[in-house]
Design a protein around this ligand. Structure first.
Ligand code: NAD
Length: 440
């Protein structure tokens, strides 16, 4: 089947490449011409394990191509996936301008029946608005093409995006519409696209479009709540002498709770959890439904980050040199959106501390976002040289495996702030380091 994927960011690019790998003919379209140029040459604009290899292979086979022109992307396509960004507005509602711009462009350019699939995370009711935009434009054009609007939210995790796309836990598809024929056509298109993935017993779960739109926000808010819950317990542990690691282990062994998303740290960041939690709160307010658990999740997350940063600032000696290990919001990605490093580094600089940083893949992106005085180092130990303190902000494997005795001899001082609880406090103390973890 021939497909177009509009927006070639973390979601769109991975989807386009994986659809091509599954045997479909895919055109990726993006308004960012530089990105398209890079993609055409087989270079991935983002770091994501396995992605570039699949990109090159599928470009070579001719199943995958890229364009910056929607008019080149649509001809011959039965299905158009929209995967454009939906960043937060100032009031935390989702900015849907790109989604609607794509909807309008598709309706204006379509040369026949098409299935329009929204992969972006959008508030409930967006599919209906897209449907109205399309109906209006088709009417103005005087054509009667069938363009059903389907919701197919994405659940991939950055850092595991190819794996998650090729081996999804489930595929959610939401569609409405009274016109049975276009609904059936949309359903059979989606079945055909995802057929190779559903053979492994992972089902497509069909539902109303409104339900599909809510599933995405509900899933992210629930996972974020688990993180905030254990972070809240970490503060209780610090106040009472408990260890949040033991508490999490004890809770996680209960099958009803499970161990995942139960690691205390400096809170969630990234392009999804913060924005989706806040957008859900905004949506609740808009429709007059109070969502107190979601609001508390956000409040606890902010508090957790602030209280760790306060502890760091209160402990550092005057005019310290600080090594920050990890810049991206989580390991295995170069994504800097809502990364804790972007909050902490300016605070450290403002307090008069010198900052040296290392990240295995996010340094190029970070250079555009932080103060020019920050020193970028090629290795973690290089960053630690002359440092009074090391602060771990991202749990990259390279940091987990660090030799703490070597770290102590490399540093000038001995302060170790472990924002991700990756070290054993006893081992750090044994290496001569003054250890500050979370909830321990
Ligand atoms: P992104 O910012 O990485 O990519 C968006 C792309 O869309 C960019 O390349 C941009 O140039 C392009 N674009 C913007 N306007 C366009 C237009 N009018 N026409 C064509 N292209 C346009 O965003 P992302 O992280 O891939 O997220 C996309 C959507 O998927 C968001 O709604 C996000 O919430 C959701 N999502 C993201 C993740 C994730 O881990 N990043 C996971 C699940 C869902």
């Amino acid at each position: 089947m021939k497909l177009a994927v509009i927006g070639t960011g973390y979601v769109g690019l991975v989807s386009a490449v994986c659809f091509a790998e599954l045997g479909h003919t895919v055109v990726g379209m993006d308004i960012d011409r530089e990105k398209v140029k890079m993609l055409k040459s087989g270079k991935s604009p983002i770091y994501e394990p396995e992605l570039e290899e699949l990109l090159e292979r599928n470009l070579r086979t001719g199943r995958l191509s890229f364009t910056a022109d929607m008019r080149e992307a649509l001809p011959g396509c039965s299905v158009v996936f929209s995967a454009v960004a939906t960043p937060p507005n100032a009031d935390f509602t989702a900015d849907l301008r790109a989604v609607f711009a794509v909807t309008e462009a598709v309706a204006t350019i379509a040369e026949g029946n098409l299935v329009f699939v929204n992969k972006s995370t959008v508030p409930v009711g967006t599919g209906k608005k897209c449907e109205e935009i399309i109906a209006k434009i088709l009417k103005q054009r005087g054509v009667s093409f069938q363009v059903p609007v389907v919701s197919n939210p994405e659940f991939l995790r950055e850092g595991h995006a190819v794996h998650d796309t090729m081996q999804p836990d489930r595929i959610i598809v939401g569609m409405n519409g009274d016109d049975q024929s276009s609904k059936l056509e949309a359903r059979s298109c989606l079945e055909e696209i995802y057929h190779p993935l559903t053979r492994t017993q992972k089902p497509i779960i069909w539902m109303k479009r409104e339900s599909a739109e809510i599933v995405k926000y509900a899933s992210n808010a629930f996972l974020a709540t688990k993180i905030s819950f254990i972070n809240m317990m970490s503060e209780l542990c610090e106040a009472t002498g408990g260890s949040v690691r033991d508490v999490a282990r004890g809770m996680g062994m209960d099958d009803r709770i499970g161990p995942r998303f139960l690691h205390a740290g400096i809170g969630y960041g990234g392009s999804c959890f913060p924005k989706d939690v806040k957008a859900l709160i905004a949506l609740g307010r808009e429709v007059g439904v109070s969502l107190p658990i979601v609001e508390a999740t956000h409040t606890v997350n902010q508090h957790q980050r602030e209280r760790f940063f306060k502890k760091i600032l209160a402990t550092l000696p005057k005019g310290a040199t600080v090594a920050v290990w990890g810049l991206s919001f989580k390991p295995r990605t170069d994504d800097m959106r809502e990364a804790p490093s972007l909050d902490l580094i300016p605070m450290l600089r403002k307090a008069g501390h010198a900052v040296r940083v290392h990240d295995p893949v996010a340094m190029e992106n970070a250079k555009k976002l932080v103060d020019v005085s920050v020193v970028f180092c090629d290795a973690p130990m290089e960053a630690a040289k002359t440092a009074d303190a090391v602060i771990v902000l991202t749990e990259w494997d390279a940091f987990r495996g660090a030799d703490l005795k070597e770290l102590k001899t490399t540093m000038k001082g001995s302060l170790l702030f472990d924002g991700r609880n990756i070290y054993e406090p006893e081992e750090a103390k044994g290496a001569g380091l003054q250890y500050y973890g979370i909830g321990v």
